[in-house]
Design a protein around this ligand. Sequence first.
Ligand SMILES: *Cc1c(COP(=O)(O)O)cnc(C)c1O
Length: 388
Amino acid sequence: MEAARREIPFGKPLIGDEERRAVARVLEGTILTHGPSVKAFEAAMAAYTGAPHAIGTASATASLHLAYFCTGIGPGDEVLVPAQTHVATAHAVELVGARAVFVDSDPTTGNIDLGQLEAMIGPRTRAISVVHYLGLPVDMRRVMELARRHDLLVVEDCALGLGSSIDGTHVGRFGDLGCFSFYPVKHITTGEGGMTITRRADLAALTSTRRAFGIDRNIVQERAIPGVYDVQELGLNYRLTELGAAMGVEQMKRLPGFLERRRRNHQLLSRLLREIDGIEILAEPPPGFVTSWYCHLAILSADLAPQRSEIVDRLKARGVGTSIYYPRPVPHMTWYRQKYGFRDDQFPQASRLSYRGIALPVGPHLDEEDMAYIAESLRQALAGTRRP
Ligand SMILES: *Cc1c(COP(=O)(O)O)cnc(C)c1O
């Protein structure tokens, strides 16, 4: 018997009356940026992650760019970056004039391959950038041990890691800086927005100043004449708006519920996907590791891989929205290929995830029946594909 057709978008921001009221309150006032809502959102993120400092920014990309800008990484320096990530992880390195050196993925977790990482540390390496791929924490104890031994900075891209932790320590708190995203399909949203967390007071102060033109904050507060300030640093305009931050404060209150829904959906979908032939899934978190359950990844077997777009179309025809995380390993993107001459056969594990993966939704807009429908739809799509 056919289950009734469902419409299952891959991602759907859950904006409720609380968020709408909070934004309306901001609009009733005159402070639209850089005000009390940003402060409240920063305080909520600091409390949730346990980080001593949280600085709101325009996006995760802005936070990542500021991370390298504020640690003085630049021309002549190299930063080790996972090949399998959003292009922003690598762009942030290249934007300050440093070189992104790509490391392939661990086949079981999708995270940066720590075995290869150590061998790639060279005389110009200044930092390690890790991405908690689809929310699963990278083994930060090993990363920090390597970083200490080789005197390297560590930047954590936590764009998919809100809610992820190791032994109770939230991701973003292991390295020097952690960068979060509030883009609409991430765990919570502010429209566009980001956050930097750090335990280092020096980097917190510099990030805060450089996100707003390098303006000397103290002078702004101390001077009697409005509009008078001094500039002691280079800087950008990477601020978060009051409208976004007001949404963020409300979204943070709902985050535990969102994560619980994701966990339940993900666990059910894991069980159902394990019964389907022709696909593999990534490893479950090891003991002590908590993931944020960003999405599920069904990795097609090599023989089915050429039919991926057909399979995605069949899922779409049944109303199941999917995505690809991420569409190509970053070194296969044209800009990087042209700059560094990478070839198709490099980064085989990142390629397996990019070219054979289908990302399936588990977000809080969905429930157990949706998971059963997704699994059944995938089973049918694969069966249809193998019988041409
Ligand atoms: C989404 C994402 C980003 C970019 O986030 P923005 O807030 O859109 O700049 C960076 N890194 C990873 C891993 C992402 O998934």
